[in-house]
Design a binder for this molecule. Sequence first.
Ligand code: NAD
Ligand code: TYD
Length: 350
Amino acid sequence: MNNLLVTGGCGFIGANFIRYLLEESDFKGRVINVDKLTYAGNPLSLTDIEKRFGVRYVFVKEDICERRRMGEVLDRYQVDSICHFAAESHVDRSIASPDEFIRTNILGTHTLLELMRERAKTIALFHHISTDEVFGSLGADGFFTEDTPYRPNSPYSASKAASDHLVRAYHETYGLPVTISNCSNNYGPFQFPEKLIPLMILNAREGKPLPVYGDGLNVRDWLYVRDHCTAIWTIMKHGRRGSTYNVGGRNEMPNLEVVQLICGMVDELDDRLSSGGLRKGLIAFVKDRPGHDRRYAIDCSRMESTLGWKPEESFESGLRKTIRWYLENNEWVSQVRSGAYQAWIQAHYG
Ligand code: NAD
Ligand code: TYD
């Protein structure tokens, strides 16, 4: 892997992955980051990387659905491997307006697979990043394994399921060298503050209401983003081509408990609110999300037994690091939240 195309590298996990690759891993090649810079894509997350890694990091603002231009990118940079993150990723947005989810997540993935098929001799790997949400919802017991049937419940998870099937089918039909990972909910630095954890951290900091959907007892299995990055890199290097791998943090927790933990830690780390540790009082139960999956939990034993990977971060330590990061990175936070920021992107990147 000398010229690795990362799609969606200005998003939350993609930016963390590029950082991990260049700063920590044994990757010695060049990263070509293709990102359309939607509301969720933020080049600020990689400004220092661009400065420090110079020729080993290239950014191209592009839409993965643009077949001709994406073909030019693959050829110009002699791309020999692909790690595909680019997607519309927020369930609530997919419920409000699914069109972009179908376009980017399904058609965009298909476009990349077709481009790879045309370059089968030069591109040695397509790693597809997916989600445990394709498996649907669990009851009180059990775990998702790689053999759990797909049963997606939201437009987001249905679009990811479709893209997983395409990737798998291109392996079976055309012999493309692919790997797929389905991971649980990630958290950590650089996550757009519409997802549960960063939204709650920032609202708690500012003394705003903390909207918990339904009864707050929906369970997610939280994975620290750096653990996800080490898993992806391990799969890319050693995973069996044509295989899928479940990646999880072994950190199941009901949402309400997550929010209560955040309240306690923000009280401890930020004393600007003179509430005397009463941020829990900001919790507000709101109308439930339609089709809200009750519980996700990943069995990641294939990763552990065949690839020797395991998550390192405990939820307590990962959450503390994440809260500190959001409290210390005001500039990033205010920029991604401002409308002016989108205008700035337009002016800089067209
Ligand atoms: P994100 O929303 O933070 O980032 C997505 C990135 O993709 C953005 O930078 C955006 O600009 C870019 N993008 C969107 N449409 C594009 C297009 N048409 N062309 C080029 N770029 C485009 O998402 P994330 O949380 O970093 O998720 C990355 C991947 O991981 C996604 O495929 C998602 O389904 C998957 N995933 C995420 C989680 C999670 O907890 N965040 C969990 C499981 C799987
Ligand atoms: P989210 O971060 O949107 O991830 P996903 O839907 O992909 O799991 O939501 C995580 C959980 O938190 C999910 O059960 C919905 C819930 N939630 C809230 O209760 N309030 C909120 O404001 C948000 C954004 C999510």
